[in-house]
Write a protein that binds this ligand. Structure first.
Ligand code: SAH
Ligand code: SF4
Length: 368
């Protein structure tokens, strides 16, 4: 994506921005809507082929604009049908995207940053450190590529019916660029997904949860992973800046902005760390009576980690205790681990790391 050119990349521009672009060129804004359909719905990136635009407009676009997608470095398929792509993010770096097919849906797990600065103790991406934010075109480009590479569903729809920001990076630390990408995911001129089918997963950057609630209110998943601050400080270091009480307050406010919306709390099951029944009770106390669901994630190991996955029985008992306490609790099925595509295993290729260890200053910078 790092071609030296003055031509504007139209791929990541939502309707409003693309219309302004056309207005600045002295063209009618409705041409922007035609171009959006060509790019995102028909998968056409060659202006010459956009046959409902006049020849002269096509020529102007060829001269002044481009549609540039992330380059595919590899595509791998797991025994269970999960597909993982490695995309170049320039300078020898790469990000990963994972497609998880299920009978009733196709979920694409996309990356928002090259690496991550938040350094959660159990995460392969965090262990890599942070290089840079992805641009909106690089974020939406993952969805474009997946839809073009995969066969359509039996009803003729694109393969990707759901998008989760659960790949590499902390989406709310790249707020500026995820917002236009979400706009495109929801737009009828592009992917036309409902808010229910787009999920932002965050480790808890509270001010941006508030903003997201006001600006687009897609589904929210929160990586809680511990039921008290002492433990969460250790596992999810951003907790030192935004502790559990303020995080949960932001969650309930978020849920209230759209009636009957649940927040999903992700909870990675780490053997002998956060997986006792006492932890389950503490968690139930926090979420009791609130619009909350818990999604337990069996820990996925990666090289160099000190953590181990909780035993299957432990996970079952933990889930049962949450259910006894009246909570909706599910356990995420591990998919694609034979190709290192499971949650927390996405390492891509991150070099020139700005930083490895987290400081207060780093967290503030990452959240800016
Ligand atoms: N940065 C965001 C989204 C990316 S991580 C976030 O933290 O929410 C997506 C999910 O995978 C998060 O819940 C994260 O905590 C979890 N995860 C990270 N490492 C994991 C691992 N090794 N095993 C299982 N889940 C992991
Ligand atoms: Fe970053 Fe999420 Fe991994 Fe934490 S779990 S290091 S926030 S990608």
């Amino acid at each position: 994506m790092h071609q030296v050119t003055d031509k504007k990349n139209l791929l990541g521009l939502p309707q409003g921005e693309l219309e302004s672009c056309f207005s600045e060129m002295g063209e009618k804004p409705f041409h922007a809507r035609q171009v959006m359909r060509w790019i995102h719905q028909r998968g056409i990136t060659d202006f010459e082929a956009m046959t409902d635009l006049s020849k002269s407009l096509r020529q102007r676009l060829i001269e002044s604009a481009r549609i540039e997608l992330p380059q595919v470095l590899s595509q791998q398929e797991s025994a269970d049908g999960t597909v993982k792509w490695l995309f170049s993010s320039g300078s020898g770096q790469a990000i990963e995207t994972v497609f998880i097919p299920e009978p009733d849906r196709g979920t694409l797990c996309i990356s928002s940053q090259v690496g991550c600065a938040l350094d959660c103790a159990f995460c392969a991406t965090g262990a890599q450190g942070f290089n840079r934010n992805l641009a909106a075109a690089e974020i939406i480009g993952q969805v474009w590529r997946a839809n073009q590479a995969l066969p359509r569903r039996s009803n003729g729809d694109f393969a990707v019916t759901n998008v989760v920001f659960m790949g590499m990076g902390e989406p709310l630390a790249n707020y500026r660029h995820i917002l236009p990408a979400i706009d495109l995911l929801l737009s009828d001129l592009a992917y036309g997904l409902s808010r229910r089918r787009v999920t932002v997963s965050t480790s808890g950057i509270v001010p941006h949860i508030d903003r997201l609630g006001d600006e687009c209110n897609v589904s929210l998943a929160v990586s809680l992973h511990a039921p008290n601050d002492a433990l969460r400080d250790r596992l999810v270091p951003i907790n030192k800046l935004h502790p559990i009480a303020s995080l949960l307050e932001a969650c309930w406010l978020y849920a209230s902005k759209r009636a009957n919306r649940f927040i999903t709390f992700e909870y990675v099951m780490l053997r002998d760390v956060n997986d006792s029944l006492q932890h389950a009770d503490e968690l139930a106390d926090l979420l009791d009576g609130k619009p909350a669901k818990v999604n337990l994630i069996p820990f996925n190991p990666f090289s160099g980690t000190e953590f181990r996955r909780s035993a299957a029985d432990t996970i079952r008992h933990f889930q049962a205790r949450l259910r006894q306490r009246g909570l909706v609790a599910t356990t995420r099925r591990t998919r694609g681990d034979d190709i290192d595509a499971a949650c927390g295993q996405l390492a891509g290729k991150v070099s020139d790391r700005v930083r490895k260890r987290l400081s207060e200053k780093t967290i503030r910078m990452a959240s800016a």
